[in-house]
Write a protein that binds this ligand. Structure first.
Ligand code: 1WB
Ligand code: MN
Length: 342
């Protein structure tokens, strides 16, 4: 099985039956969240939403998934509780299910320590309790970092109410992976048609907005060592980096944005890494490496939402040096997510 490069896939989704059941209840309750079409499709197979056949892949970790990893020479999945995580539940339910999901994740990893690593989930609805669970997840469960699915009740991490979470991640020296979910209430309007509400377009808009809010809001002056990972080839934020930086400095000059110590360009390079999840475009990869450096780009599949074989073929064939490929395939993941090098 040993390939030329160790392959660590860094945005690989799973779920547990208890969370799936709670999401089925969400699917059956009235609501107007932009996540509902997907939640209905995946967890309740409600007519009109198409039956999205992802649930088996999410729940099965040690069977079909491991077999497929073997077949394709994928050494490791860095697992994360799939979107929307626990962020659609009330605070008590969310805290309880986050703890349960983290315990299960740690158990799976303990059975296959060379094949799985994991990002801990937490409930931003209850920031102080979340910070406690984050500590437990790293210190006791030895998980590798954190996953959050963008906004929580349409609020973003530049809001000081979430600072306990950011403080915990920085103090624990663990990266927070901001994965998409359906766009917030203020953002969702025109994104709801034509299937644009999820991975096709809205996911990137949602997480890109979150990342820019954090940088322009001055979050990284308060938490200079905080590391954030964003998937889907950086949700295109680094493609716009020059313009975002230019226009933010203008906004600062006329008093429409807070003065910050660094520029947006500097924050992005210092505080962010990106993954390739779901984007198998050699030109986008080449741009990313040239723009932010091969040390800041990590490989990911986006299992089970994206087929694994093409994601492997894409990276195997990528027109980059072997040294860079080793970084993208595994070295950066080892460094950012504290995974033991082989
Ligand atoms: C899809 C993609 C659905 C992702 C997801 O549900 C997530 C999809 C949480 O393609 O339908 C993803 O992570 O890219
Ligand atoms: Mn994903």
């Amino acid at each position: 099985m040993a390939g030329k490069f160790r392959k660590i896939a860094t945005e690989e989704a799973f779920s547990i039956p208890e969370v799936a059941k709670a999401l089925q209840q969400v699917a059956r309750a009235p609501g107007d969240s932009a996540d509902l079409p997907l939640v209905k499709g995946i967890y309740d197979a409600q007519p009109g939403y198409g039956s999205m056949k992802f649930l088996d892949g999410l729940l099965d970790i040690e069977g079909r998934r491991l077999k497929e990893m073997d077949e394709l020479g994928v050494d490791m999945h860095l697992l994360s509780l799939t979107a929307p995580g626990v962020q659609m539940f009330d605070a008590d339910t969310a805290c309880e299910l986050a703890t349960l999901a983290n315990d299960r994740l740690a158990e799976v990893i303990s059975r296959h320590p060379t094949r799985f690593a994991g990002l801990a989930t937490f409930a931003p609805q209850a920031p102080k309790r979340a910070a406690k669970e984050m500590e437990r997840a790293i210190q006791k469960l030895k998980l590798n970092g954190f996953i959050v699915n963008s906004h929580t009740n349409s609020e973003y991490f530049d809001d000081p109410k979430f600072w306990p979470v950011l403080e915990a991640a920085e103090a624990l020296d663990r990266c927070i992976y901001i994965h998409p979910r359906g766009p917030s209430d203020g953002l969702k309007g025109p994104l709801r048609d034509y299937g644009m509400d999820s991975a096709m377009w809205a996911y990137g808009v949602e997480v890109g907005t979150h990342a820019v809010r954090m940088m322009a809001g001055g979050v990284f002056d308060r938490f200079p060592k905080l590391k954030i990972c964003i998937g889907h080839m950086g949700e295109a934020v680094h493609f716009w980096l020059w313009r975002i930086t230019f226009m933010n400095s203008r906004s600062q000059a006329i008093g429409r944005a807070p003065k910050t110590r660094l520029t947006i360009d500097e924050y992005f390079r210092r505080n962010f890494v990106i993954t390739t999840s779901g984007v198998e475009d050699p030109l986008a990869l080449e741009y990313s490496i040239k723009k932010i450096g091969a040390d800041n780009v990590l490989w990911a599949i986006d299992y089970p939402y994206q087929p694994s074989a093409p994601a492997v073929a894409f990276m195997d064939a990528a027109p980059i040096s072997d040294a860079d490929k080793a970084k993208v395939y595994h070295r950066n993941a080892e460094r950012i997510f504290h995974i033991k090098p082989e």
